[in-house]
Design a protein around this ligand. Structure first.
Ligand code: P6P
Length: 335
């Protein structure tokens, strides 16, 4: 494959000019984040920030720093009307003295950040939405279905810095080339394997799972002698971006399903800046992204930080997992 940069690839795909510029600027932000995360131990930015975010989760210093990197870089592009983030209670309006644009960004600046102190891959997840207006943006303007996303991007900071994106014309993979500091095309139009023998779930939650998930995972563990007639392997990295990059490369099913652990939450992962953008990229590579009961990207959001159950990955394996849910209601009760 000929070496082609992200900007050249977007031009080759005839991506709308302003959207192409926006994606290039998101990638520039990811370069800055990658450098900051990788130099973290020397910058004194590891560890807890000493406060909690709107989710009630301990914030890492790097959660806040990476959020600031995105805000400060992207607000100067003149392409945005506003931004929202896992790390901010409400949206961020572009300051009055700056040019505004036709897009909204909603992001998780450092997904999996609980791993950053132990050198496990973390990442940035970004969803691009159309701004209904340039001024007086409100939280409600971000409450758009995943199916309305204009683009989705995620970047994982591991052995390599790898960026995947979609604008609805397939999902594509770029790797940051150190010498040029350019994201270079590695895989165009990724095709996610339809079948897998690898499931990813936090098995310590087993006692909290709804019956369909308990039954499906039990049958996976039953192996060849069980009803699914194959021996599975399990992975759990506790970093969605790292798990789903593995799934994009070799197939798999990633699950953080709705459970009974905290009935006030219908899942752990967030709809707007985790499930929707990752679901868009998965679907565009031939995979399936479901709550177990409905397509994730069909959900009408009701809040910036709304949570959702997530089952996504190889289409045939997700179909098998969903078959266990058919006789159950979304709260896990039997129909
Ligand atoms: P647990 C990271 O905090 C995250 O949002 C996802 O990236 C990851 O898949 C999940 O939570 C891990 O959750 O309960 O295993 O720590």
């Amino acid at each position: 494959m000929s070496a082609i940069t992200l900007a050249d690839f977007l031009a080759k795909q005839n991506t709308e000019t302003q959207l192409a510029r926006l994606l290039v600027e998101v990638a520039e932000s990811c370069k800055i984040i990658a450098d900051t995360v990788q130099r973290g131990p020397f910058l004194g930015v590891m560890g807890q920030a000493g406060n909690t975010n709107v989710q009630g989760e301990e914030q890492k210093k790097l959660d806040i720093i990476t959020n600031d990197i995105l805000i400060e870089h992207m607000q100067d592009t003149g392409l945005l009307a506003g931004m929202a983030s896992e790390e901010m209670d409400h949206h961020y309006a572009i300051p009055a003295d700056k040019d505004k644009g036709d897009f909204l960004l909603v992001f998780d600046p450092l997904d999996g950040s609980s791993n950053v102190d132990v050198n496990i891959a973390v990442g940035t997840i970004v969803s691009v939405l159309a701004a209904p207006k340039k001024d007086s943006i409100a939280d409600e303007d971000f409450l758009q279905k995943g199916s309305e996303q204009l683009a989705a991007v995620y970047c994982t900071y591991g052995a390599s810095t790898i960026l995947l994106f979609t604008t609805g014309q397939g999902s594509h993979e770029f790797v940051l080339e150190k010498d040029s500091n350019e994201f270079m095309l590695m895989v165009e139009n990724i095709q996610l394997p339809a079948d897998t023998k690898e499931f990813a779930i936090n098995a310590s939650n087993q006692r909290h799972w709804q019956a369909p998930v308990k039954n499906y995972i039990a049958d996976c563990i039953a192996g060849e002698e069980g009803p699914l007639h194959k021996n599975y392997n399990m992975r759990w990295v506790a970093s969605m971006v790292a798990e789903l990059y593995r799934v994009m490369c070799r197939g798999g099913i990633f699950m953080y399903p709705r459970d009974h652990k905290d009935l006030s939450k219908v899942g752990k992962l967030r709809l707007l800046y985790e499930a929707n953008p990752m679901g868009f990229i998965i679907e565009q590579s031939g995979g399936v992204a479901s709550t177990g009961y409905k397509r994730i990207m069909d959900i009408q959001p009701e809040g910036l930080h709304q949570r959702v159950g997530v089952i996504m990955g190889s289409k045939n394996e997700v179909a098998t997992a969903l078959s266990y849910h058919q006789n159950f209601n979304e709260d896990g009760s039997t129909k």
